[in-house]
Ligand binder design. Structure first.
Ligand code: LAN
Length: 727
């Protein structure tokens, strides 16, 4: 299979469910927006042919030509890019599935069900197929993510999704999953978010859920506890969740939910005293256990909500929360910052404004932005796409490989530049301060301009890509100097006191807030932190920018750079590594760190930091010349060796070594050979293990990493070390 995830353990199991005709699916793109469409008639099929990238993503044969066998690194890079450019979409960006998390589909399915939104037939079949394919082969359950062990959260919610989508309770897939769920103690052991979805559906008692009072938003803003100080995704989820919690939004009982009440638990539903189960969480689910502080706070809040809170305050808080919900909708054109708050906001809007309101209808249209069809079926993406991120790295890889002036690549890179131009955010949010938003004019987001959230490293990577292309004489200056300076202005608002950079905003809250992390399944979720990847991306971008524009805010840029370098020295572990929070794991962070240090002239020969980083990597090179790290590194914070070397991590390690200026040419050559051997005759590389992570415990796929990072690595080798691996 070509779809992302673990190639080694994964086999299709979907013969027992209905398929749609994959030759009828088409991806439509518009300013980065991605939506999949199922063509019903032959006439439509004739007028809208399936593209190569459609076929590739659907796992259908692409018939791309075999290329001349690469005998040198540069040829390998060219073959790789020749393949990759065939996947570029009409508006200049690259798309991909962005699956991994297994707690997203239930949110959209439950939301559509309880709002009586028809689930298109093609969606129902393909989501079902995806869930069947992604059930863990040994026990029939689902985990927090596609490579994770089965949990109550994953198993109970995806079971519910399958049932809503029409699967019979006696279907073998349901029987097996239910058997496992009962073995794990039933749905009662769900973590907080699982309890929430079941309560919405009417299959769990709201009194069994730890409180999420919307009144928190009324606290004075100087209080360290105020939600505006939380990490953006956390506050964005708890805002609509709090609104729905306060309303006790519950789907009226029907035949399906009556039956689910009996299927999900090991005891008769009526006999369950839910208020006793606020803190019942299955051990297999638990990653971040409650602290005493959290338990005490939950007890107090439970009493407050039940006995103390006056009605008027409830109403007042709900109105305030709803106005923030509206801001989020307006600022993102109903996409929202991510897939979890997206569907919760849709529910809140449905409750408040009804099914025929513009706001609700627009929300329903936007569900499609998150759904992706692959060879395994339809999944829900972790964001509305990876548009800017992948496009920026694709450009950087091509330029580093020296392909930007090649006839066959220029047209593709020009289109990529046009997309980067379109994707930069042009305006700040209305009432930015009222809705606690970071400055965004000039920033690049992770996905699309309409989603519109500033991300520090996305801004940096977008800026780098633009600078790299626009510095070449043969590319037009689509993005003016002023707009480049706007990007710098955003970055300069984002540095933390420790010198590092966080993801969306500078750190706003105190570290102890992590002690009231209510989510149980994620770590490091309450506040922003400085991250090596984000900090280093900014450092590299600032270095590149000031080469071209040495006069612009020079002193501040210097000070920012000094701060980041200090931060990186402090963050480096004894063994020479950095912990990567968004990719797996130490290998990922090393690539960014060495590149950024090199950008300020720190190399192997003059920097102990770089030497230690190189040694760390050299010590972990495998016998076949490659590198491979598993996601256990992220969970445990200790390097965990994969049983098989990985193309993506081999490319990261090689990039790190080359950027640091590591003198061990033999080690680098052995890695290069491995990358070249794994290249397919058509120029592509195949999917191996999952690449990305968030909140320490949930993995997420970056399928394009296996294409542009190898291209970048072999291309860089050709330019730095000569275009040959012999001698
Ligand atoms: C992402 C994806 C991109 C990622 C990088 C740019 C790679 C990183 O360097 C900064 C953080 C960021 C933007 C990021 C943050 C968290 C996201 C949005 C995700 C990992 C994709 C999915 C995840 C989101 C939180 C998923 C929903 C889950 C919740 C806990 C709300």
């Amino acid at each position: 299979t070509r779809t992302a995830g673990c190639m080694m353990t994964h086999k299709r199991k979907d013969h027992c469910v209905e398929h749609t005709d994959l030759r009828r699916w088409r991806l439509h793109v518009d300013h980065g927006r991605q939506t999949w469409h199922y063509l019903r008639t032959d006439a439509e099929v004739d007028t809208w042919p399936q593209t190569t990238s459609d076929k590739y993503h659907l796992g259908l044969p692409t018939d791309l030509p075999t290329q001349p066998q690469a005998s040198s690194p540069l040829q390998c890079a060219k073959n790789g890019y020749n393949f990759f450019k065939e996947l570029q979409l009409e508006d200049g960006h690259w798309g991909c599935e962005y699956g991994g998390p297994m707690f997203l589909i239930p949110g959209v399915v439950v939301t559509m069900y309880v709002t009586h939104t028809p689930i298109p037939d093609g969606w129902a079949k393909e989501i079902t197929r995806y869930l069947v394919n992604r059930a863990n082969p040994d026990d029939g359950g689902w985990g927090l993510h596609i490579e994770g062990h089965s949990t109550v959260f994953g198993t109970s919610l995806n079971y519910v999704a399958l049932r809503i989508l029409g699967m019979d309770a006696e279907h073998p897939v349901c029987v097996k999953a239910r058997g496992l769920l009962h073995k794990l103690g039933g749905a009662i052991g769900n973590p907080h978010w699982g309890k929430f979805w079941l309560a919405v559906l009417g299959c769990y008692g709201w009194e069994g859920m730890n409180p999420v009072p919307p009144e928190l938003w009324l606290l004075p803003e100087w209080l360290p506890l105020h939600p505006w100080r939380w990490w953006i995704h956390t506050r964005a989820v708890y805002l609509p969740m709090g609104y729905l919690y306060a309303e006790r939004f519950t789907h009226p009982l029907d035949d399906l939910t009556r039956s689910l009440r009996e299927e999900l638990y090991v005891q008769p539903y009526e006999s369950i005293n839910f208020s006793k189960h606020r803190n019942t969480i299955a051990p297999v689910d638990l990653y971040a256990p409650h602290t005493r502080l959290l338990d005490v706070a939950n007890n107090l809040l439970t009493g407050w909500v039940k006995y103390v809170r006056p009605k008027w305050l409830h109403t007042y808080a709900q109105n305030h929360a709803y106005s923030l919900i509206q801001h989020e909708d307006e600022n993102t054109d109903y996409l929202c910052v991510g897939p979890v708050n997206n569907v919760m906001q849709a529910l809140a809007v449905y409750h408040r404004e009804g099914p025929s309101s513009y706001a609700f209808k627009r929300h329903v249209e936007r569900f499609a932005d998150f759904m992706w069809v692959s060879g395994e079926g339809m999944m829900m993406n972790g964001t509305n796409g990876v548009q800017l991120w992948d496009t920026a790295f694709a450009v950087q890889a091509a330029v580093e490989a020296g392909l930007a002036e090649e006839k066959g690549c220029r047209e593709s890179l020009l289109r990529a530049l046009e997309f980067l131009d379109d994707c930069q955010i042009k305006e700040n949010c209305r009432e930015q301060d009222k809705c606690y938003r970071q400055q965004r004019k000039g920033a690049w987001p992770f996905s699309t301009r309409h989603q519109g959230y500033t991300v520090s490293d996305c801004t940096a990577e977008g800026l780098k890509a633009v600078l790299m292309l626009q510095n070449l004489p043969s590319y037009p200056k689509l993005i003016s100097d002023r707009r480049l300076c706007d990007a710098i202005d955003v970055l300069l608002t984002m540095q933390n006191a420790d010198g590092g950079f966080a993801s969306y905003e500078p750190i706003r809250g105190p570290y102890w807030l992590e002690k009231i992390n209510p989510a149980e399944v994620f770590g490091k979720i309450m506040i922003e932190y400085s991250y090596p990847e984000c900090s280093t991306a900014v450092l590299t971008a600032l270095s590149l920018f000031r080469k071209r524009h040495p006069e612009y805010r020079a002193k501040e840029i210097q000070k920012t750079i000094d701060g980041i370098v200090r931060y990186l020295h402090n963050e480096q572990r004894e063994d020479g590594s950095w912990y990567g929070a968004w990719g797996i794991c130490f290998t990922y962070a090393s690539m960014f760190a060495t590149e950024s240090l090199a950008s300020v002239g720190l190399k192997y020969e003059n920097s102990e930091t770089q030497r230690k980083a190189c040694e760390f990597l050299l010590d972990r090179q495998m016998d076949d010349g490659g590198w491979g790290e598993t996601y256990k590194s992220c969970e445990m914070g200790v390097y965990s060796q994969h049983e098989k070397s990985q193309v993506v991590q081999t490319a990261w390690a090689l990039l790190a070594l080359m950027q640091a200026g590591c003198p061990d040419k033999e080690a680098i050559k052995r890695g290069m050979k491995l990358i070249m051997e794994r290249q397919q005759p058509n120029g592509e590389w195949l999917q191996e293990s999952i690449e990305g992570v968030f909140n320490k415990n949930c993995m997420i796929s970056y399928p394009n990493y296996k294409l542009y990072f190898p291209i970048k690595a072999v291309g860089m080798y050709a330019h730095l070390c000569g275009d040959s691996l012999d001698e």
